[in-house]
Design a protein around this ligand. Structure first.
Ligand SMILES: C[S@@+](CC[C@H](N)C(=O)[O-])C[C@H]1O[C@@H](n2cnc3c(N)ncnc32)[C@H](O)[C@@H]1O
Length: 313
């Protein structure tokens, strides 16, 4: 991929997130839970948060759960950290030392503010959400820091991390093979790359399906998906072992449905406001994505994958 094409993708991603950050905070609950990704409903305790459940499931794959306070804090690179949901939870519940990097400076700043605000509440009665494990006393410390950094040119030395974490951020990489090859050297021997994201599914059967899938990707500024096989092939060629590759679509679908329910309300409303010049193109496209993501996932046009790759040693 040419440098210009890569830059154009990143500009689009930046514009999309700058224009929709308020929507995530207000409508998606990010102000409360700080996540910007799908939830995971498998073994979700009553009243539990599907998004935090996703983070805990992936943390188990990464070997961060169960936490061991007697060992040095694992170092985690949260690549495309959003507003800090994963890093803050991992720092708090596993004692990991997390470094979040984001293309969108505003996200990194908000994440840092959430980390500081939340840390002030740790140990108070309200902190124990359903599904959250008891936090060992030795782990109660703030260790989530965030910086503005393009994850395709990470500002870290080789062999810096025990875990590299990419939760719904990999899909934004302009060149996904190159990204995996950039990440692998940053892992320490024995380190794990955990990746959870949309992957390509079956080809569209007709023009309506093709249009729906196109609007879904465009609406969330995702340049393209790659397949389960490609991701694993690229991890192997980067010197990593595949320790986990799972299609978790059935666990994600219930949450995709909850997001979709807003679609029939938001889409006509946004169309009208857009026609009146009151909302911009990004917000209109976002409404299309909300509307099309669930049916396209349910019909197999894309799938949701969870992967863990390990660096030998
Ligand atoms: C859907 S959000 C997911 C955020 C977070 N991982 C979470 O699960 O809540 C995708 C994030 O990836 C970030 N991102 C996309 N491309 C990036 C890049 N080239 N470098 C760093 N961050 C990037 C976006 O700015 C956004 O915050």
């Amino acid at each position: 991929m040419s440098d210009n094409a890569g830059r154009a993708i990143k500009d689009r991603v930046r514009n999309y997130f700058e224009d929709t950050t308020r929507d995530y905070l207000k409508w998606y609950g990010t102000r409360r839970h700080h996540h910007m990704h799908y939830g995971f409903d498998r073994d979700l305790p009553p009243g539990g948060s599907p998004t935090s459940n996703m983070t805990r499931y992936l943390a188990t794959l990464a070997g961060l759960f169960p936490a061991d306070p007697s060992r040095p804090a694992p170092k985690v690179f949260d690549a495309g950290c959003g507003m800090g949901g994963s890093s803050i939870l991992l720092a708090r519940e596993t004692g990991a030392q997390c470094f979040g990097a984001n293309l969108v400076e505003m996200h990194a700043r908000i994440a840092q503010a959430f980390a500081v605000r939340d840390a002030a509440k740790w140990g108070t009665p309200n902190e124990s959400a359903p599904g959250a494990p008891a936090v060992p006393a030795g782990l109660r410390r703030v260790s989530a820091r965030f910086l503005a950094n393009d994850y395709t040119t990470p500002a870290f030395k080789p062999a810096s991390f025990d875990v590299i974490w990419a939760l719904e951020s990999f899909c934004y990489a302009p060149d996904k093979e190159a990204w995996i090859h950039t990440m692998a050297p940053l892992l320490k021997p024995g380190g794990r790359l955990v990746l959870a994201d949309g992957c390509s599914g079956r080809p569209p059967a007709n023009r309506a399906e093709a249009r729906a899938f196109e609007l879904f990707l465009k609406g969330w500024a995702v340049p393209h998906f790659c397949s389960f096989d490609q991701i694993q092939k690229w991890a192997r060629s980067a010197g990593l072992e595949v320790t986990h590759a799972e299609d978790i679509t059935p666990d994600v679908l219930p949450h995709a449905w909850k997001i979709f329910r807003l679609g029939p309300i938001i889409l006509p409303w946004r169309k009208m406001l857009h026609a009146l010049g009151l909302v911009n193109e990004e917000k209109l496209l976002n409404a299309y994505a909300i509307y099309h993501q669930y049916p396209t996932l349910k019909r197999g046009l894309w799938r949701y994958g969870a992967f863990c790759f390990r660096k030998p040693g």
